[in-house]
Write a protein that binds this ligand. Sequence first.
Ligand SMILES: Cc1cc2nc3c(=O)[nH]c(=O)nc-3n(C[C@H](O)[C@H](O)[C@H](O)COP(=O)(O)OP(=O)(O)OC[C@H]3O[C@@H](n4cnc5c(N)ncnc54)[C@H](O)[C@@H]3O)c2cc1C
Length: 434
Amino acid sequence: MRVLVLGSGVIGTSVAYYLARSGHEVTVVDRQPGAALETSYANAGEVSPGYSAPWAGPGVPLKAIKWLLMQHRPLVIKPMLDPAMWRWCLQMLANCNEAAYRVNKSRMLRLAEYSHADCARCAMRLASATTSARRHAALFRTQRQLDGLGKDIEILRQSGVPFELLDRDGIVKVEPGLASTQHKFAGALRLPGDETGDCFTFTQRLAKMAQDLGATFRFGVDIQRLERERRAHHRRAHRRRAADGRPVRAGARQLFDAHARAARSAPAGLSGQGLLDHGADHRRLVRARESTIMDETHKVAVTRLGDRIRVGGTAQLSGFDLSLADARRRTLEHVVTDLFPRGGDVSRAEFWTGLRPMTPDGTPIVGGTSIDNLFLSTGHGTLGWTMAAGTGRVMADLISGREPEISLEGLGLARYGRAASRQAAGGGLRPARA
Ligand SMILES: Cc1cc2nc3c(=O)[nH]c(=O)nc-3n(C[C@H](O)[C@H](O)[C@H](O)COP(=O)(O)OP(=O)(O)OC[C@H]3O[C@@H](n4cnc5c(N)ncnc54)[C@H](O)[C@@H]3O)c2cc1C
């Protein structure tokens, strides 16, 4: 089958790889000159099934107000007149309860765990040469934060995800770089099954592996729109119309937008910032972290990737705005220097930002649509690198007409209502100008 994949980030490339492995004729289109040059370029590097959880949880609305008032705040909301954004916020609020949190987290864990298992057993190992054995640890600055872990731990237990609760001494044992700042935190949740790696290198290698299997990558091509091909009455009249009758002007982002709108659930763009600390000298790095450390107060992750330090975090609810704000940079710098005062040289860091399209319930959208040859895998939010392998495999299975190995319950557009149902739409989609 001929398959066109829009976007060569970690998700699109994983889908392309698994499709090519299934024998399909795959073409990947991307506006950038190479793979993984947008959001997948410099994320925090965590492959973290154990940390897979929706943002929407009980108590989050109150926490969000507190976050917004902090000096080094993990969350920024840029008020916009876009009704889609406000609809997204309302839907997210509706998910801020215990029952929804449990359901959403278990759905995310299902896909993340599948990704992890798949990564471990298949050819993606090659690309994971960059995935080090470094583990993930969530660091809590207050006892109150630790006490609030109950439901997460219960779900981790139920799902069989290994974890360790560490006191200060325990943390310093696994993270010697934190010895001088141990008075600043109360404890940590360590996830020994999680890993750390460079998503950019991974994606580039995976793209090469997909090419070796016959996939074609067309870079420097900006997708302007998609055209719907009507098959009804055996006519092949090309209509530039979406399922809802409006013109589709689709890049990956607009496409997601159009479908989310149809599903009454427009996701707002959530951007995140990262710092890439280059060339910190080796002596300093020895005193830097061993794991990925997630500072739960500021929601900033600090990761050591070989001789570099990656600091990623802070979220901005701001549509598709990718502008870099000095205040965000200061927050990232604050966290890394506060925890690891001699860990690296932030003045030499590159500052970067990427989008994290997120659904209101946190779970990505993976599966078919009401257009019979259009499939979506998007909305991975803060966990696209973690969920990439499983997403690619599930998508390849679906497109190939095979039964995926995991249940797709709650992963598709169906959970958002009418646009979800794969009712006959009377036609398929074809690229208008690729
Ligand atoms: C600061 C930060 C830290 C993060 N940390 C982690 C982490 O530690 N672990 C984790 O699992 N996830 C993390 N994430 C999330 C993860 O990086 C994303 O979920 C993932 O990269 C999304 O991959 P993608 O392929 O969907 O999107 P992208 O990587 O953005 O790929 C989309 C591609 O589509 C192309 N494209 C878009 N529009 C068009 C168009 N009109 N025409 C042609 N091409 C187009 C783009 O050029 C791009 O290459 C983080 C994200 C951020 C921002």
